[in-house]
Design a protein around this ligand. Structure first.
Ligand code: NDP
Length: 287
């Protein structure tokens, strides 16, 4: 007789707004390909003032974990039992693992970025990186590169949120060995010729403003550099299209998102998913 086990294993995402979050598409495709029929990813609209209740629900249903997105990434930290070192430095958690009622918080935004670099044969140790933006994604990316031994980090951000930039510079100087520089972004930025890695960690190019390019002198980005975009939607941004046309090695934010989702699945199930299946599902969903 066939084994009769209909127990559901739940994971998901808490956010608001969250209805356009494509996480479910990638995760469900991965679970199906792994034969994990009773694993389900739930897209859950959680009010800001109901986060604690939602976490109680997570424990009550013995959910294996969740992702947290806007506006919960920072607020959730106060309810967790343990937080990884990088998530603590970043100051935000986007992934929770429920270990028998004990909640562990991790930030996989920057880890997905590092995996994307690794997939493309880029090792940050001793390298010079230029990062556009100083928001949540930039923060995660800079901390991970700093902890991994990047030689120099040059952060470029618009002057209106200087406090955010200053805070990031301070975190990096106190916790990593990287040389850190900061530029107020007021005119087209010329990437120094000795840069190795260039990261667009702004939201420039995100759907629906798909033709937007970061305010950068594109001629200053050379084929000796590697460009990583963070924008997952569209899967090929105007920046990536331009880099490919110019023969500059590069990687998309969609790839980074899949790497991050794969990491989440591994943390929750203990198994590695098929990333090609996940990428294909994302492309189909966004086409
Ligand atoms: P935040 O709102 O925290 O930060 C946005 C950043 O973009 C800020 O530094 C902001 O600068 C900058 N920015 C926005 N518009 C412009 C502009 N016109 N010119 C220059 N800079 C600009 O968002 P996040 O950091 O959380 O997210 C940023 C992007 O990263 C989003 O598009 C998100 O989808 C993507 N992302 C992708 C992930 C992936 O796995 N692929 C993971 C996480 C995020 P300012 O302070 O001057 O406003």
């Amino acid at each position: 007789m066939k084994e009769q086990n209909y127990l559901d294993h739940l994971v998901g995402v808490f956010g608001q707004p969250v209805s356009e979050n494509p996480g479910v598409v990638i995760q469900d495709a991965a679970f199906a390909a792994m034969g994990l029929e009773r694993w389900h990813f739930l897209t859950l609209d959680v009010d800001r003032d109901k986060l604690e209740d939602a976490l109680r629900g997570l424990k009550a249903f013995k959910m294996r974990g969740v992702n947290c997105t806007i506006p919960h990434k920072i607020a959730v930290m106060q309810y967790l039992d343990e937080i990884s070192e990088s998530a603590r430095l970043i100051g935000a958690v986007n992934t929770i693992v429920n270990e028998n009622g004990r909640l562990f918080g991790e930030n996989t935004d920057g880890k997905g970025f590092m995996m994307s670099l690794a997939e493309n044969g880029v090792d940050v140790r001793g390298k010079k990186a230029v990062v556009f933006g100083a928001g949540g994604a930039a923060r995660a990316i800079c901390v991970e590169m700093g902890l991994a031994g990047v030689g120099a980090l040059h952060i470029v951000n618009r002057p209106q949120d200087r406090a955010l930039g200053d805070a990031l510079v301070d975190i990096l100087r106190r916790n990593t060995a990287a040389q850190v520089a900061y530029t107020d972004w007021t005119e087209p930025f010329r990437v120094p010729a000795d840069a190795d890695i260039v990261v667009n960690a702004t939201s420039v190019g995100l759907y629906p403003d798909v033709s937007a390019l970061p305010n950068v002198d594109l001629d200053s980005i050379l084929p000796t550099m590697f460009v990583q975009d963070v924008i997952p939607n569209p899967t090929e941004t105007a920046l990536i299209r331009e880099m490919r046309r110019r023969g500059v090695p590069c990687a998309t934010g969609a790839g980074m998102l899949v790497e991050q989702a794969a990491l989440n699945i591994e943390m929750w199930t203990g198994r590695k998913p098929d990333k090609a299946v996940m990428y294909h599902a994302l492309e189909e969903a966004l086409s």
